[in-house]
Design a protein around this ligand. Structure first.
Ligand SMILES: Nc1ncnc2c1ncn2[C@@H]1O[C@H](COP(=O)(O)OP(=O)(O)OP(=O)(O)O)[C@@H](O)[C@H]1O
Length: 229
């Protein structure tokens, strides 16, 4: 899937001007304000109307947010309604809910609970199950594990990786965290001030970053952490 052009402006100021290809799993990594969220919003068709956007996508399928593109947000604690039982927040039949719960390794008993009665990891599994409802071709992930503790974070990232292998959807994973990016993605684009400064194979770039900005992101994230293969 090729995003051959994404150009976002606000009051004549260019906020994002990038192009990238998602062959399987791509991490878009950059510091705060670099343009990650705007990129996701543009793909979801959810940019503020005050912004102008040019988006050119070659996907081999019609790009439709909510149908073949789904979204996993940063904070599972606020993603679900607290007052409606979990199962009522799905838009598929009972059999499909059971199937989805099995795929994300969740006990069906949790479907009758309310969101505040679940842990962060359980909630994020529910949100991922919802993202899988329509068998998406692409899943957009906006820092999906920052609200979770480190152990749960790794479990959720492993789950996403496994699901991707099984279902074959593509992933665009937005984060400032190189460590999470490495756990889940084969390729990386480093974004700074709305522009891509470096991109390519994850291992290659982590082992030999060309840009100071990339080095800073790597140093910030891998300090005191085991370099996990
Ligand atoms: N509604 C808006 N109106 C005007 N400018 C905006 C708006 N939203 C974002 N921007 C600007 O666009 C740029 C990119 O913002 P964006 O939210 O995409 O960054 P980000 O990389 O997602 O940061 P973070 O990691 O903090 O979420 C920033 O300079 C930001 O100030």
């Amino acid at each position: 899937m090729n995003i051959s052009k994404l150009h976002i402006t606000f009051k004549d100021k260019t906020l994002v001007d990038i192009a990238f290809d998602i062959s399987s799993s791509l991490a878009l990594v950059g510091q705060s304000g670099s343009g990650k969220s705007l990129t996701l919003k543009a793909l979801l068709g959810m940019l503020p109307s005050s912004m102008a956007c040019e988006l050119e996508v070659e996907a081999g399928f019609e790009v439709k947010a909510g149908e073949n593109i789904s979204f996993v947000p940063q904070n599972p604690f606020t993603a679900l309604s607290p007052l409606t039982r979990i199962r009522k927040q799905f838009f598929v039949d009972e059999k499909r809910i059971e199937e989805l719960f099995a795929q994300v390794d969740l006990d069906m008993e949790l479907a009758d609970r309310f969101a505040p009665e679940l842990s962060g990891g359980q909630l994020q599994r529910v949100v991922i199950a919802m993202a899988l409802e329509q068998d998406p071709k692409l899943i957009l992930l906006d820092e999906p594990t920052t609200a979770l503790d480190p152990e749960t974070r790794v479990l959720i990232l492993d789950l996403l990786r496994e699901l991707q292998k099984k279902h074959g959807f593509k992933m665009l994973f937005v984060t400032h965290d190189m460590y999470s990016a490495k756990l889940i993605c084969d390729e990386i684009c480093v974004i700074k001030d709305g522009k891509i400064v470096e991109s390519g194979n994850m291992e290659t770039i982590l082992n030999a970053p060309q840009e100071e900005y990339t080095k800073t992101l790597i140093d910030a994230n891998f300090a005191n952490r085991e370099f996990r293969k």
